[in-house]
Ligand binder design. Structure first.
Ligand code: B12
Ligand code: SF4
Length: 528
């Protein structure tokens, strides 16, 4: 048991971080405006500062689909390039200058997006902004762009390019998320640098979520994202085409519609690949779904527990089972060899200074393989922001610090400094040797021992190897180095599935029935 005041007893060690992970690459103000290549579009994911407390691996796990999704709707006579400044290959290209630059803008990298936009526009390039921050703060974004895309880029991008060609570009374009998601083309993954990501297969099967938590970006004023699903076979075809052993579903909540997830699992099962996804813990209401996920290749889930306090969850309007039942539900996922990456938000109004030690204890007791922490952050235009502002608790509007690693509001029962200290402590605690060891898989038979070395390898590679990750990212080695490990995990998982299917043919389909299966050791983490 961790002492409740432990986070505040010792100073928290400063973590190593190279300057190129905290500072964006320089843009030369003296660079002349050389020739613009007509019908050349450059799409940019801007730089954001990394948090030394977390694993650098998370930034190259899988790419955002923001750019590749609408890139797929580019007319054939346009050339498209992709540039992610977070891959440490320097600033985006400028020789030749593109005719148009499309930038995805989130609040944490809005400032960098403006710098890039101003630089390209000063040289005659047209700049288009889209993404979450454009939707929540359009007036702030407008002075830096030639046009804003508010909403679904797949519908807007071809319209924008057509108007650009006709010299009739409008300052704002808007589209809803009401359309049939099955009509969208598959994301254009061919423009991605394949070596740079653990897997290039970021898949998205659904849009929206059945919840509308007050702190979530989905509750942004004016954003309506009804739950929409792609046809399971479309998802499977994309997975096959990208030719990777492992995919990460970037859906907000793949478990919102259980009938759909069952259908998706049925389509995924025959292809013998592995995947992970974000779901809410209520997927465990249906134990047969957990079994189906395992049989379809699910190796890990990212679960937004958010808090271990029912009062906090009620305040956030999150519909979720009682927190006292979380442990049983985690066990059900583990029983089917599914790793759990728990996501926790710190600093809610019922959190006191003991929240850090209590949360760490719970995670260790329940052997969550991974955990991700976020300081509560009132994103602009969400109900949480409106509430905090009305109460005079928003400390500033420096969006770069709205990265869930900084306290940007006045917490109720601690100071902002204490909240940041507790946040740094809990990451360091979970990345410590003691905590990694405490969370090793349960050993009930000697065969279970097999999972421990792989669990340790996974934990150390993801959690205590930031220098190694830096080298891999810098030298474009992420995929070449990881792919054999991922392939090994896939192979082991295919064997595990056979075992589960054979065993369950003779037992009743309950989570308890699964306990005799030997959990497959994995080197692929359910998150980093
Ligand atoms: C993949 C992902 C990541 C990846 C990659 C991030 C990256 N920028 O490279 C990793 C794991 C590294 C990551 C890290 C973080 N992330 Co993240 N991440 C996501 C996730 C799961 C998927 C993003 C995605 O691909 N969406 C699908 C695409 C298709 O949707 P979209 O981005 O909205 O794009 C559409 C439109 O907006 C539009 N569009 C977008 N850009 C443009 C540009 C143009 C020119 C046009 C025309 C249109 C257009 O067209 C697209 C198609 O319709 C989202 C949640 C989600 N499901 O969206 C969170 C999310 C974006 N992340 C979030 C956060 C908070 C973070 C972190 C800060 C968390 C942390 N503390 O570590 C970090 C740091 C990153 C940062 N500073 O931004 C929040 C952002 C909240 C906000 N209001 O800004 C989100 C929404 C999660 C959440 N539920 O809160 N993340
Ligand atoms: S359950 Fe998750 S994705 Fe859904 S609204 Fe809440 S925080 Fe957002």
């Amino acid at each position: 048991m961790i002492a409740l005041d432990e986070p505040f007893l010792h100073s928290v060690k400063k973590r190593w971080i190279p300057p190129e992970m905290t500072t964006a690459p320089a843009l030369d103000p003296n660079e002349p405006a050389n020739g613009i290549e007509p019908h050349y579009a450059l799409l940019i994911n801007p730089f954001y500062a990394k948090d030394a407390n977390a694993s650098f691996g998370k930034h190259v796990l899988t790419p955002t689909l923001a750019l590749t999704s609408f890139a797929a709707a580019t007319p054939a006579h346009w050339r498209v390039d992709y540039w992610d400044e977070n891959l440490l290959d320097g600033r985006p290209p400028f020789r030749p200058l593109p005719q148009v630059v499309g930038i995805t803008v989130h609040l944490t990298f809005a400032r960098r997006a403006y710098e890039l936009a101003d630089w390209y526009r000063a040289r005659g390039v047209k700049v288009i902004f889209g993404g979450l921050h454009v939707l929540s703060c359009p007036d702030e974004c407008a002075p830096h762009a030639d046009a804003l895309a508010l909403g679904d880029g797949v519908q807007l991008w071809p319209r924008i390019l057509r108007d650009l060609e006709n010299n009739s570009l409008q300052p704002r374009y808007a589209a809803t998320y009401e359309n049939n998601y099955c009509d969208d083309p598959p994301p254009r993954r061919s423009i991605l640098p394949r070596h740079s990501f653990l897997t290039t297969t970021s898949l998205i099967a659904t849009r929206g979520c059945h919840n509308r938590c007050g702190f979530c970006y989905l509750a942004t004023d004016g954003l309506r994202m009804p739950y929409r699903m792609r046809h399971p076979q479309q998802v499977v075809d994309e997975f096959q085409k990208d030719d990777q052993p492992y995919a990460v579903f970037i859906d907000n909540n793949l478990g919102s519609r259980r009938d759909y997830l069952h259908a998706l699992c049925a389509a995924l099962r025959p292809i013998n690949k592995i995947w992970s996804a974000a779901v809410t813990i209520d997927v465990t209401d249906d134990p047969s779904l957990i079994r189906h996920m395992a049989l379809a290749g699910c190796t890990g889930v990212f679960v937004g527990f958010e808090s271990l306090s029912d009062d906090n969850l009620a305040d956030a309007h999150k519909k979720t089972p009682k927190t006292s039942d979380y442990a049983r539900r985690v066990r059900m996922l583990h029983d089917y060899g599914i790793q759990v990456n728990g996501s926790f938000v710190l600093g809610f109004d019922h959190d006191r200074k003991d929240v850090f030690a209590r949360t760490a204890d719970w995670i260790e007791e329940n052997r969550l393989e991974c955990a991700t922490f976020h300081i509560l952050t009132p994103y602009p235009a969400t109900p949480l922001f409106q509430q905090m502002e009305a109460q005079g608790r928003v400390l500033h509007r420096d969006w770069t610090l709205y990265d869930t690693g900084h306290a940007v509001f006045q917490p109720k029962h601690m100071t902002p400094e204490e909240l940041e200290l507790g946040y740094a402590w809990i990451y360091q605690r979970l990345f410590s040797h003691a905590s990694i060891w405490r969370r090793r898989p349960r050993v009930e038979t000697w065969r279970d021992l097999q999972a421990i070395p792989l669990y340790l390898a996974m934990s150390y590679l993801y959690k205590r190897s930031n220098r190694f990750w830096h080298l891999l990212i810098k030298h474009d080695l992420v995929n070449p180095v990881w792919k054999p490990l991922v392939e090994m995990t896939r192979w082991r998982h295919v064997h595990y599935r056979k075992h589960v299917a054979e065993r369950d043919a003779f037992t009743v389909e309950t989570s308890a029935g699964a306990q005799s299966a030997v959990a497959p050791g994995q080197v692929v983490s359910a998150g980093v």
